[in-house]
Design a binder for this molecule. Structure first.
Ligand code: G4P
Length: 539
C-alpha cells in the first residue's frame, strides 16, 4: 500500500462558529451532500440519543447542548473527509481550541445577521496561531442580514485576516435570489427547501447576458455593479495564500435550505490541504515517514458511568497506525497496544485495522492518556502545538466529605487530565484551584466527581479573572517575581508557575513593573502569538 496515496486522500477539518450560527446544520448538510446520511435531521437526533444513553449526559440533555466532540468521516470524490465536530456551547470552548490542534483546515460559519461574534474571534485567534487555512461560510442569507460589503469589512477587521469572496449573494432575506459564483461565473438560483439537495444553475455567457435580466429583474444591475467593484478590490484568488493562512475564501448561502453548500464542498475538496508536517520538541515530522506517530487531542468520558474506561482520540501524524501492534507512549515510557481501536464512518463506529495520517482513531483508555500525549513507533519526541489555554473562571475546590478525600484527589486529577478543566495548586497542593472557560464545567465536574468517584465537593468563587504562565530569559527573575507576588502564584499540573490577576489592569501593572518577565496565555511558551509582554495578545 502506498502510504503517500493514502495521505493525499485525507482531508481533516473542523467546522467552527459562535453558537447558533449554523455549525450543526452545515455539518449535517455536508454529510447529506457527501452521501453519508440520507435525511436531514440525522445529526441532531444523534445528539439526543447519545445524551439519553447516559447519566452524566443528563446535564447536557437538561441544557440542550452537546458536550461531546465527535468525528464524522465520509468519502467524497475519492477523498476521505474527516469532520471533527466541536461543542456548540461556549463554555466548552477549550475543547474546541484543542480540536483545532488536530485539524489541517477549518470552515468558519458566520451568521449573516449577527456578523462576527465574540466566540468567532477567539476561535480565529487559535487558527492564526497555527496558520490554519480557513474557509468562511456566511450563513442564513434567507434572513435580512448585513449588507455583504459591510460584512466583508467586518470579517477582515474583526478576524484580522484578508478575505476573498468566491461566491456573491444576489439579494437577501425575502429577496434572496441566489449566488453568483465568481470563479465559474455561473449563477445558482435559490429555491428554498430543507431536505432536498437540488439546485438550479443558470448558465450565462457573461454578466452582460440578457437572460440575467429576465431571471433576476432589477437585481441583475446590482449584481453587475457589485461584481465590478469586487473585481476592482480583490486580486485574483490564489490558493497558496489560503493554504498559508493569509487569505480566507468566503462563500454565501443558507445551510438550512441546502443552499451554497455544494459550492462550499466542491471548493473545499479542491483546495483544502491534505495532512501536513508537524512540529515536535525534537524535529519536524513528515506524514510520509514510515514510522507511525500521533497525539491525543481529546479524551471522552465513558458514557456509561459503571465503566471507568474512557475514549482517547488519537490524531495520526505519520506512518501507519495498526491494530494490535505495540506503540510507544512517550510520557509514560511504556509500550501499549490496542485491540479495539475504532474509526467513525458516517457517524457509526467500527473497529479499524489500519489508519493513516489525518485519520482520527478512538482508543479505549484506562487512565493511560492525558491530552497532548504522543504515541510513536519507538521515537521519543513529543508533538508541540497542543497547549492549554488560559482559563477565564477560577474557583477553589472545597472537599465536603473528608472521608472521601482520596476519591476526590483521584477524580479531579483524572478529570483535568481529560481536559474538562485545568487544575492549579497552592500551598504544596493543599489548595486546589480549578480554572475553566465556562460556568457549566463546574456543574459537570461536581456531577462527575459524585457519580463516578463518589466524592463530594463544592466550589468557592475566587476574584481572579486572568491567569498567565510566566517565564524569563534572565536567571532568578521568575523566583523574584514569585516572591513578590506569592499570594497570586499557583502551579499547573506540570509544576509551571502561573500568575493570577484580578483584572486586566492589575496584569498590565505587573507587566510594567516586571519587564523581564514574559506572560503567556497558553502553556506552550514557544508559541510567540501567546506572549503579551511584547504587545501581542492571543486568547
Ligand atoms: P450551531 O450548531 O452553530 O449552534 O447552530 P445550529 O446549526 O444548531 O443552528 C442554529 C439555529 O439556526 C437553528 O434554529 C437552525 O435551524 C437555524 N439555521 C441554521 N442555518 C440556517 C439558515 O440558513 N437560515 C435560517 N433562517 N436559519 C438557519 P433553531 O430554531 O435554534 O433550531 P431548530 O429547531 O431549527 O433545530
Amino acid at each position: 500500500m502506498n502510504i503517500n496515496r493514502e495521505i493525499q486522500k485525507r482531508r481533516t477539518f473542523a467546522i467552527i462558529s459562535h453558537p447558533d450560527a449554523g455549525k450543526t446544520t452545515l455539518t449535517e448538510k455536508l454529510l447529506l451532500f457527501g452521501g453519508a446520511i440520507q435525511t436531514a435531521g440525522a445529526v441532531k437526533s444523534n445528539k439526543i440519543r447519545k445524551s439519553a444513553a447516559s447519566d452524566f449526559m443528563d446535564i447536557e440533555r437538561q441544557r440542550g447542548i452537546s458536550v461531546a466532540t465527535s468525528v464524522m468521516t465520509f468519502e467524497y470524490n475519492n477523498l476521505y473527509i474527516n469532520i471533527l465536530d466541536t461543542p456548540g456551547h461556549k463554555d466548552f470552548a477549550e475543547d474546541t481550541y484543542r480540536t483545532l490542534t488536530a485539524v489541517d483546515s477549518v470552515i468558519l460559519v458566520v451568521d449573516s445577521v449577527k456578523g462576527v461574534e465574540e466566540q468567532t474571534e477567539k476561535l480565529m485567534n487559535v487558527c492564526r496561531m497555527r496558520n490554519t487555512p480557513v474557509i468562511i461560510f456566511v450563513n442564513k442569507l434567507d434572513r435580512e442580514g448585513m449588507p455583504p460589503f459591510e460584512l466583508m469589512d467586518e470579517l477582515e477587521r474583526k478576524l484580522d485576516i484578508n478575505v476573498h469572496p468566491l461566491t456573491w449573494p444576489i439579494g437577501m432575506g425575502k429577496g434572496f435570489r441566489g449566488v453568483y459564483n465568481l470563479h465559474e461565473k455561473n449563477i445558482y438560483l435559490f429555491k428554498p427547501g430543507k431536505t432536498t439537495i437540488e439546485y438550479v444553475r443558470l448558465l450565462i455567457s457573461d454578466l452582460g447576458d440578457a437572460e440575467l435580466d429576465r431571471k433576476l429583474g432589477s437585481d441583475a444591475g446590482r449584481l453587475r455593479e457589485d461584481v465590478e467593484l469586487i473585481e476592482g478590490v480583490y486580486d485574483p484568488f490564489d490558493a497558496a495564500d489560503y493554504l498559508n493562512g493569509a487569505v480566507a475564501p468566503v462563500f454565501f448561502g443558507s445551510a438550512l435550505n441546502n443552499f451554497g453548500v455544494r459550492e462550499l464542498l466542491e471548493t473545499f475538496v479542491a483546495i483544502a490541504p491534505p495532512p501536513k508536517e508537524r512540529e515536535t520538541d525534537q524535529r519536524i515530522v513528515e506524514p510520509e515517514e514510515e514510522k507511525f506517530s500521533g497525539f491525543i487531542f481529546k479524551i471522552h468520558a465513558n458514557l456509561d458511568p459503571r465503566h471507568r474506561d474512557r475514549i482517547a482520540f488519537l490524531r495520526v501524524c505519520s506512518g501507519k497506525f495498526e491494530r494490535d501492534k505495540y506503540f510507544y507512549h512517550v510520557r509514560l515510557n511504556k509500550e501499549l497496544r490496542f485491540n479495539n481501536p475504532y474509526n467513525f464512518l458516517a457517524r457509526s463506529k467500527s473497529v479499524v485495522d489500519v489508519a493513516y495520517p489525518g485519520d482520527v482513531v478512538g482508543l479505549y483508555d484506562r487512565n493511560n492518556f492525558k491530552i497532548g500525549d504522543t504515541l510513536t513507533e519507538g521515537d521519543s519526541f513529543t508533538f508541540r502545538g497542543i497547549p492549554s489555554f488560559s482559563p477565564e473562571i477560577f474557583k477553589e475546590l472545597i472537599n465536603t466529605d473528608p472521608m472521601r478525600s482520596k476519591q476526590l484527589e483521584k477524580g479531579i486529577e483524572q478529570l483535568t487530565d481529560e481536559g474538562v478543566a485545568q487544575l492549579f495548586t497552592q500551598q504544596d497542593g493543599r489548595r486546589k484551584i480549578v480554572g475553566t472557560v465556562g460556568e457549566l464545567q463546574f456543574d459537570v465536574i461536581q456531577h462527575r466527581l459524585e457519580y463516578e468517584y463518589g466524592a463530594s465537593c463544592r466550589f468557592q468563587s475566587m476574584n481572579y479573572a486572568i491567569a498567565c504562565w510566566i517565564t524569563s530569559d534572565r536567571p532568578g527573575k521568575v523566583e523574584k517575581f514569585i516572591r513578590a507576588k506569592s499570594r497570586h502564584i499557583a502551579y499547573d499540573k506540570d509544576n509551571n508557575p502561573v500568575f493570577f490577576a484580578e483584572s486586566q489592569w492589575l496584569l498590565n501593572s505587573a507587566i510594567e513593573n516586571f519587564p523581564e518577565i514574559e506572560f503567556h496565555f497558553t502553556s506552550e511558551f514557544k508559541t510567540d502569538a501567546s506572549v503579551i509582554s511584547n504587545g501581542r495578545e492571543a486568547i
